[in-house]
Design a protein around this ligand. Structure first.
Ligand SMILES: CC(C)(COP(=O)(O)OP(=O)(O)OC[C@H]1O[C@@H](n2cnc3c(N)ncnc32)[C@H](O)[C@@H]1OP(=O)(O)O)[C@@H](O)C(=O)NCCC(=O)NCCS
Length: 177
């Protein structure tokens, strides 16, 4: 799915009470991986990308994302929740990362909200915050991949202005748009 944010006003919705933004710092790499794992475990996208279905796979993905030349800290965020403070990483409930590809397109990576914090608007806020980061660094054409059966995510992206661009068939015979 793709969107062009040139000249668009991107208002990031305020987070609900008890939630807070956490900007990128390298020390948060493993927390992004843990939140990614808890968000994608048993979800349809983890069938298409098996790395998303294991902790070690999510850790490798995060190492790969944040070591790329095009990694953009401005687009990479966690959301924390103060009431769920507990063991390490459990304070955080949502994650997003962004990179710019060599062709100049921004790519949103793995938007994830852990199941017990969904339907509070965090997914929408994450994507808007990430788009804001792309705009700040002058990257206006943005794409992401999502499994075509992931209706919840597709509905979220369409509400935020993304349109389907093309259908890609992967070996697992599941489709992505
Ligand atoms: C997709 C995901 C990020 C949405 O996060 P969320 O915090 O629940 O989303 P929000 O509360 O911000 O909802 C935003 C929009 O998503 C859609 N949505 C959210 N929950 C939905 C539901 N239960 N059924 C249908 N649509 C839903 C709606 O369009 C909603 O807009 P609205 O509130 O104006 O109706 C979350 O479900 C998730 O992490 N899923 C697993 C990982 C995944 O599939 N990520 C996307 C892969 S690219």
């Amino acid at each position: 799915m793709v969107t062009n944010i040139t000249g668009k006003t991107l208002d990031v919705p305020a987070l609900p009470d008890g939630y807070q933004w956490c900007a990128w710092h390298p020390q948060y790499r493993d927390i992004h991986a843990e939140v990614k794992y808890r968000s994608f475990e048993d979800e349809i996208d983890a069938l298409v990308f098996p790395s998303l279905s294991t902790r070690s796979g999510c850790q490798r993905l995060m190492i790969d994302i944040c070591s790329r030349n095009g990694f953009l800290p401005e687009t990479t965020w966690l959301i924390g929740h103060h009431k769920t403070m507990g063991f390490v990483g459990n304070h955080f409930c949502a994650t997003i990362q962004g990179v710019v590809n060599p062709n100049g397109w921004g790519a949103i990576q793995n938007v994830g909200v852990v199941p017990e914090h969904r339907d509070h608007g965090l997914g929408k806020s994450l994507v808007m915050q990430c788009l804001n980061g792309f705009q700040q660094v002058g990257v206006n054409e943005i794409f992401l991949e999502v499994t075509s059966d992931n209706f919840r995510a597709i509905q979220l992206y369409e509400k935020l202005g993304f349109v389907k661009q093309k259908l890609i068939y992967r070996a697992e015979s599941l489709k992505r748009v």
